[in-house]
Design a binder for this molecule. Structure first.
Ligand code: ZN
Length: 339
């Protein structure tokens, strides 16, 4: 249970354990302060359209025991097939992130996974009545709303974190994605679209979640696409559910949606939302920094796999080893409006 002297000093300077443990997210156990795992309080159901198939899909979120993780269940198949949300189960990254177990798939998991990460929910079952998660409005906010409506329960088990110990980079032509050690959780993303709308928006954003709220600054950012791509995909029988109700759609010159952008730089904020969802497939909240240039689900997932394969690049920290979890991670976890 060693930790760097600098980290200890920062902890003592910034955290009053008594003040934050009173909220209940942290308790003292065996002489150590424990950050608790989280699950949902109640079962909750939502419905929406599938991006790929265009059919109506029912999504039901259930509480799960400590140390379960996030597990998808295809309840339209007899017997029901469980698909754990892990990087090892990623089978395709075309258009969205798809998980597969025993030849059964669930796709478009990234926005829901992003909402779980944003609310710090460790354990849940996700029942779907088709092979994809409904796209809702193209952001993570409807999922966040469902989870907050279900309520969040603290569990009597220490939360675990994955800490990045060394730099890992993956590249594909001019695109790249990178993990680096960082005493907190920070996500930076740069896109570079030569399009009149995107060129006029900020295409480079960095968010440190010690200071900024996922709920307010990321969860509402919608996915985006170009009309020409959409027509091509739909002619090929793909993206049957895609419309301006669940994406920002652009032609060569401007946005075709009636409503306005939710953020001036909504595009790059959505790329951060996607990356947070993909990163949560590690199975644990990350202590580290993610940065990327023009990355997508394919490169994000290659980065996760590369990190996981290199045992010297990461370590698991149980939160009853309290002094090793940075205060920058703890502060948002115990904030009343966390998310
Ligand atoms: Zn997305």
């Amino acid at each position: 249970m060693s930790s760097s002297k600098g980290q200890d000093a920062e902890l003592r300077a910034n955290v009053s354990v008594d003040s934050i443990s009173s909220i209940g997210a942290i308790t003292k156990r065996s002489g150590f302060f424990m950050i608790k795992q989280r699950t949902l309080t109640n079962v909750i159901t939502g419905t929406g359209v599938g991006l790929h198939t265009g059919v109506k899909i029912c999504l039901t979120l259930h509480p799960a025991r400590a140390n379960t993780g996030i597990i998808f269940r295809r309840v339209d198949i007899e017997p029901v097939v469980e698909i754990p949300a892990t990087v090892e189960n990623v089978s395709s990254t075309r258009l969205s992130t798809t998980l597969e177990c025993n030849n059964v798939q669930v796709s478009t998991v990234e926005h829901l996974m992003s909402a779980f990460a944003g609310l710090g929910i460790d354990n849940a079952y996700v029942d779907v009545t088709a092979g994809e998660v409904p796209i809702m409005d193209g952001s993570a906010h409807p999922f966040l709303f469902l989870m907050e409506s279900a309520g969040i329960t603290l569990q009597n088990a220490p939360k675990k974190f994955m800490r990045v110990k060394k730099k890992i980079v993956v590249r594909e032509s001019d695109k790249w994605a990178k993990f680096e050690p960082y005493n907190g959780f920070r996500v930076s993303f740069k896109i570079d679209f030569d399009h009149p709308v995107l060129k006029n928006s900020n295409q480079n954003v960095s968010i440190d979640f010690a200071n900024e709220s996922y709920k307010n600054n990321i969860s509402r950012a919608r996915t985006f696409g170009f009309m020409s791509d959409l027509e091509r995909l739909q002619e090929a029988g793909l993206a049957q559910g895609a419309s301006d109700k669940n994406a920002i759609v652009m032609n060569q010159f401007h946005i075709l949606n009636d409503d306005q952008l939710r953020f001036q730089d909504e595009f790059v904020r959505h790329k951060i939302l996607d990356a947070i969802g993909d990163i949560y497939l590690l199975g644990y909240p990350l202590i580290g920094s993610f940065s990327a240039y023009k990355s997508g689900h394919f490169l994000n997932n290659r980065l996760l796999a590369t990190l996981k394969q290199d045992q010297s690049a990461w370590e698991l920290i149980e939160s009853d080893d309290f002094e090793r979890v940075p205060t920058t991670i703890i502060r948002p976890l115990v904030a009343e409006n966390y998310g």
